[in-house]
Design a protein around this ligand. Structure first.
Ligand SMILES: [Zn+2]
Length: 310
């Protein structure tokens, strides 16, 4: 067994949906146990915005996610000293996926998110918004001036920029604007699976050269177009490809498990829930990573990155 840091779990939406049904203690009742079974001791609790939310709705999801973390029997990562390699509880770090609700006063809003505990954030999901362009947007459009301001403010606060849903144009604009390394919390390789959500070799190498991270995504369509190869072993081969072209120090996990949203009856494989996470760790050994490298990919690369950049 190897400890794992999962850089992407869409927990914010799940918290809101369950609260609407008058449920409480959602992390404890639904999420922490499967994480512990899979040795996921560190997890990014993302607040996800698909382009349709306003600032009030963004604030609500981020606030409720913070309250859940504060009231649960878990750790909360806000500073490097909160990274405990021996903790027996799950620790969460707050992240944001998409900033569609930001139209004015970006500096104030980023600062509010930071005060709530958000330490990693992407400017855009797949849509096009006031700040940036996602994977479904115009390939000729990238970051806007407002988006550049957001990047600078994030750099100033040490809030980490996530490029996972950015289109290629936005990726390179962010790369050229950000003074700090960026991370792709949940993206694989385009060379092994042609998909705009995955990264080209050039993007991977550029991210790694600056000390950034790439979190391996378990979503089956981002692993392979071929149903027979949508599994933990095929995902480990993405990791192997990245290690071959850019070194293993940039590798991390960002599984984006969706079992708590989707009916998985037709989508089951050996890596769709947190309690199956060790299947990926086992697959990393099978494709040739050493025990030391497996530990790095499991959580140590993320610890090192956060200690340097948070
Ligand atoms: Zn996503």
């Amino acid at each position: 067994m190897t400890r794992v840091f999962d850089l992407h779990a869409d927990l914010g939406m799940n918290i809101i949906l369950k609260q609407e049904k008058n449920e409480t203690r959602i992390l404890e009742n639904y999420h922490i146990q499967p994480m512990l079974q899979g040795e996921v001791y560190y997890c990014a609790a993302a607040s996800f915005f698909d382009g349709s939310q306003n600032w009030k709705q963004m604030k609500e999801m981020i606030t409720e996610t913070r309250r859940e973390i504060e009231s649960s029997d878990c750790g909360w990562i806000r500073k490097p000293k909160d990274l405990d390699p021996e903790s027996d509880k799950v620790s969460f770090i707050m992240t944001v996926e998409g900033m569609c609700g930001i139209h004015s006063n970006p500096k104030e809003k980023i600062s509010w998110m930071y005060d709530q505990g958000v330490r990693i954030a992407s400017l855009v999901w797949n849509e096009t918004n006031d700040l940036a362009t996602g994977t479904a947007g115009d390939p000729a459009r990238g970051l806007t001036d407002k988006g550049r301001k957001v990047i600078r403010e994030m750099n100033r606060l040490h809030m980490i920029v996530d490029v996972s849903h950015a289109n290629e144009h936005t990726f390179w604009d962010i790369y050229n604007t950000s003074e700090r390394p960026v991370i792709a919390t949940h993206s694989n390789c385009r060379t092994l699976c042609e998909q705009p959500r995955n990264m080209t070799d050039e993007m991977i190498i550029a991210t790694a050269e600056r000390g950034g991270l790439i979190g391996m995504n378990s979503y089956r369509r981002f692993i392979s177009a071929d149903r027979k190869h949508q599994n933990a072993l095929a995902l480990a081969k993405h990791a192997k490809h990245i290690a071959d072209i850019a070194g293993h120090q940039c590798l991390a996990c960002g599984f984006d498990y969706l079992d708590y949203y989707r009916d998985m009856s037709k989508n089951k494989n050996d890596l769709y829930r947190a309690d199956q996470t060790q299947n990926f760790i086992k697959a990393l050994r099978e494709v040739g990573f050493t025990e030391d490298q497996v530990e790095d990919i499991g959580y140590r690369n993320v610890f090192r990155f956060l200690k340097d950049n948070m």
